[in-house]
Design a binder for this molecule. Structure first.
Ligand SMILES: [Zn+2]
Length: 62
């Protein structure tokens, strides 16, 4: 099963915009609307989330 992930905020709170009519996606978390979306399985998603966490940590250390 593929999970839709927002390319901006990495949220999985994403759905087809206008019921799929426009072919675009809508992120309910950050408000992103666009045809570019990340599709991944659970394992890949976990890696992305871990990578984002590390990035946050690095940013704080700078
Ligand atoms: Zn988003």
């Amino acid at each position: 099963m593929r999970i839709l992930v927002c390319p901006v905020c990495k949220s999985t709170n994403v759905e087809m915009d206008a019921g799929g009519y426009t072919g675009k996606y809508h992120c309910k978390k950050c408000g992103y609307v666009g045809s570019l979306i990340l599709e991944m399985d659970e394992g890949e998603l976990r890696e992305i989330i871990e990578a984002e966490k590390l990035k946050d940590k690095d940013a704080k250390n700078l």
